[in-house]
Ligand binder design. Structure first.
Ligand SMILES: NC(=O)c1ccc[n+]([C@@H]2O[C@H](COP(=O)([O-])OP(=O)(O)OC[C@H]3O[C@@H](n4cnc5c(N)ncnc54)[C@H](OP(=O)(O)O)[C@@H]3O)[C@@H](O)[C@H]2O)c1
Length: 284
């Protein structure tokens, strides 16, 4: 669509940014809704983040998604935060609201919407979930699972100290019981959902190979990694009769609140959108 002089502008800031699927995702919705607007990839170095942001807002941009390595810097710059950003300690959506820089985090929403779509709204209520990993995505996963009503979250990480520190950081802030351990303590007993949040399994790297045999009846496995779409972990889950849920759903759903905030329309996560993104993933 041709842009007018009053087109709404937004974008994603990262360094590097060429790998980002967000411009294709938002571009699909802009075309679908016939919106006079654009969503641009913005490659900005960490040392230029604050000044560039200021300049871009002055130039009339509505807001930005923020990705690696700027999520913590965005959190520090924002004067106001939504609840998810406060819990997660990182921001992936920056908006200027009445002259105040507001930081939000949509990753927990994206995971919660994915799990609700794929498993049903009550699947996790009162259940035990395990999270593998203790990084940025783990924080979003803890927030999402707490919001979905799980009774207990068990963290497992290669470096157990990081899992312990994360459990301590969330202590008293969420309702579910939260424990932390290393992979040597892994057991799937009573676990209804595994949420994998490490970078193992990306591209051609091997997935974590912890046993899946003793999970609760009807359990599911979510992998945040979406390239490849079916990771080694998800393949194993499928062959063991568990419900596999891929990370592409989370990527699609986490973009919904951002699009809404930038362009004022509520987009839908549809099979056509997923096919569009899958084509981009396959063709690079
Ligand atoms: N689907 C989505 O929408 C979405 C959104 C966000 C992120 N992601 C994906 O989630 C993954 C994690 O991202 P992140 O930003 O949270 O990363 P991060 O903060 O850097 O955390 C990395 C985690 O991975 C662990 N790890 C790395 N390599 C490992 C290996 N070979 N074996 C075992 N553990 C390993 C680290 O363990 P140690 O603590 O022991 O180092 C740590 O727990 C990435 O693949 C990213 O693409 C997907």
């Amino acid at each position: 669509m041709t842009l007018s002089g009053s087109a709404k502008l937004a974008g994603v800031i990262g360094w590097p940014i060429s790998q980002s699927l967000s411009p294709r995702l938002h571009g699909f919705w802009l075309a679908e809704h016939g919106i006079d607007g654009a969503y641009l990839p913005l490659a900005i170095r960490p040392e230029d983040f604050s000044t560039s942001l200021d300049g871009l807002f002055r130039a009339g941009f509505t807001g930005f998604n923020v990705t690696v390595p700027h999520k913590e810097a965005a959190f520090a710059l924002a004067a106001r935060h939504d609840k998810a950003a406060r819990l997660i300690g990182a921001v992936n959506l920056l908006l200027m609201k009445d002259g105040v820089l507001e930081g939000r985090n949509t990753d927990a929403y994206g995971l919660a919407a994915t799990l609700t779509q794929e498993l049903g709204p009550d699947f996790l209520k009162g259940k035990t979930a395990a999270i593998w990993g203790a990084g940025g995505t783990t924080r979003a996963a803890i927030t999402a699972l707490a919001g979905l009503g799980v009774a207990e979250i068990r963290l497992f990480n290669r470096t157990p100290e990081k899992a312990t520190a994360l459990a301590r950081a969330f202590s008293g802030k969420i309702a579910p019981k939260l424990t932390a351990a290393g992979y040597d303590a892994w057991s799937g007993k009573d676990v209804s959902l595994i949420v994998h949040t490490t970078s193992a399994g990306m591209k051609e790297t091997p997935s974590l190979d912890l046993p899946l045999g003793d999970l609760a009846e009807g359990a599911a496995v979510f992998d945040a990694v979406y390239n490849p779409l079916e990771t080694g972990l998800l393949r194993r889950a499928r062959t063991e009769g568990l419900k596999p849920v891929d990370g592409l759903w989370m990527l699609l759903h986490q973009a919904v609140p951002s699009f809404e905030a930038f362009f004022g329309a509520t987009p839908k996560v549809t099979p056509a959108l997923r096919a569009h993104l899958l084509k981009a993933l396959t063709n690079g």
